[in-house]
Design a protein around this ligand. Structure first.
Ligand SMILES: *Cc1c(COP(=O)(O)O)cnc(C)c1O
Length: 381
């Protein structure tokens, strides 16, 4: 039996609120001060000191050599895939359990997502499923890997650190490097998450963060590209700034670029948020402990703990139900009483634009879709 009333009471008391959303932002630092300063400076748009400061701080706290701030995480994914060499008609390996932006960014490059399964423990790409797929389907032609089933070139692999839980990224990088496939990490949800003491998003050639309003820190809308490679960092900077060749007054663009640079005013908000990251992480990990304790004694629900050898930011807490029916009852009751819980995203290959994409058997993804619910996870003040 799922005791929904106990849960509803527990959450409302925890947040001391009558309505609890899934992930509300918290502004408890120098946000207003930095925003006022930014407005006073008149540099609110694509140039300004806050962007540089924000990028420096993002690089510092992730241990990435370079961080390039963008208008959102989707734009960061798009540019990362382009500079990873993804071209029209290529394929990019990803996972069905993710937010739609992962696949959309692949499509923006004119390429196709293809799907391997995830791990139940991490929600991220399963190295076993990836390796099985490559052993069965990958063929080498003129130094490139092709998918035997579709005849298309497999250019990149885009694993996702779901709900802030790091996936088994070291194994994924190893496998891909044996096949000459570039790894780009969708670490949009994983700022503050570490795998074997290294920050999520710093294992692949490139990694991506999001600072959307529902993420662990927010810039309103925003994202970042992480890389240790100087030439990729330069490419990313160039492409996100309309490919304008630097000059005191002349406008010359040497290719089709994008207006993807993060505005200074968003960076001002972000800098104030970033100063609170350690505090947010501490509070979120304490919240996860409380949920874990709450569900420990509850028959039929299992709390999703951080994977082994990982330190998760617990962006969204998640639980497994025994059956789909119990999951639905829980979703209905909690939402009716204004405790906002939600199911996992619909699997990507069930969306009309991705239903014809190539995929292997994905029983774990199906199981997660059937049984997992996300719980309110915003920072409790
Ligand atoms: C939030 C998110 C994105 C996209 O970020 P935006 O800033 O909203 O564009 C991409 N991938 C995943 C997994 C996300 O959760």
């Amino acid at each position: 039996m799922i005791r929904c009333d106990d849960f509803i009471k527990f959450v409302k008391e925890l947040y001391n609120k009558e309505e609890v959303f899934l992930h509300e932002p918290v502004f408890a630092g120098r946000e207003k001060e930095y925003l006022a300063d930014c407005i006073d400076s008149t540099f609110v748009s694509s140039v300004g000191a806050y962007v540089d400061r924000f990028e420096t701080e993002v690089a510092r706290c992730t241990g990435s050599k370079y961080a390039i701030a963008t208008v959102n995480g989707t734009a960061a994914l798009h540019v990362s895939l382009l500079i990873a060499g993804v071209r029209r008609e290529d394929e990019v390996i990803t996972q069905p359990v993710t937010f739609v932006a992962t696949c959309n960014a692949i499509k923006y490059c004119g390429s196709e997502p293809i799907f391997v399964d995830v791990d139940r423990e991490t929600f991220g790409m399963s190295p076993e499923s990836l390796l099985t797929f490559l052993r069965k389907n990958a063929v080498l032609k003129n130094g490139s890997v092709y998918n035997k089933a579709t005849g298309k070139r497999i250019r990149a692999c885009l694993p996702v650190h779901v709900f802030g839980h790091p996936c088994r990224i070291d194994e994924i990088v190893d496998i891909c490097s044996n096949y000459g496939i570039v790894v780009v990490e969708d670490s949009a949800e994983a700022l503050g998450s570490f795998f074997k003491n290294k920050h999520a998003g710093t294992f692949g050639k490139l990694g991506v963060l999001s600072f959307n309003g529902n993420k662990i820190i927010t810039t309103g809308g925003g994202g970042a590209i992480l890389t240790d490679d100087e030439s990729l960092a330069q490419r990313a900077r160039h492409l996100t700034k309309t490919a304008k060749v630097p000059h005191p007054y002349e406008y010359f663009h040497d290719e089709v670029g994008f207006n993807y640079r993060m505005p200074n005013i968003n960076a001002a908000l972000g800098l104030a948020q970033l100063e609170q990251l350690d505090k947010f992480l501490k509070i979120k990990r304490e919240l996860a402990k409380k949920y874990e304790g709450f569900f420990y004694t509850m028959e039929g629900i299992k709390f999703a703990k951080e994977p082994k050898v990982a330190r998760s930011n617990y962006w969204l807490n998640a639980v497994f139900f025994k059956s789909e029916q119990e999951k639905i009852e829980f979703l209905e009751t909690t939402n009716r009483y204004k405790v906002h819980t939600r199911p996992v995203w619909t699997l990507m290959y069930k969306l009309p634009m991705y239903e014809s994409c190539f995929r292997v058997e994905t029983p774990e993804s199906e199981e997660i879709e059937r049984k997992v619910v996300n719980l309110p996870s915003g920072v409790v003040l």
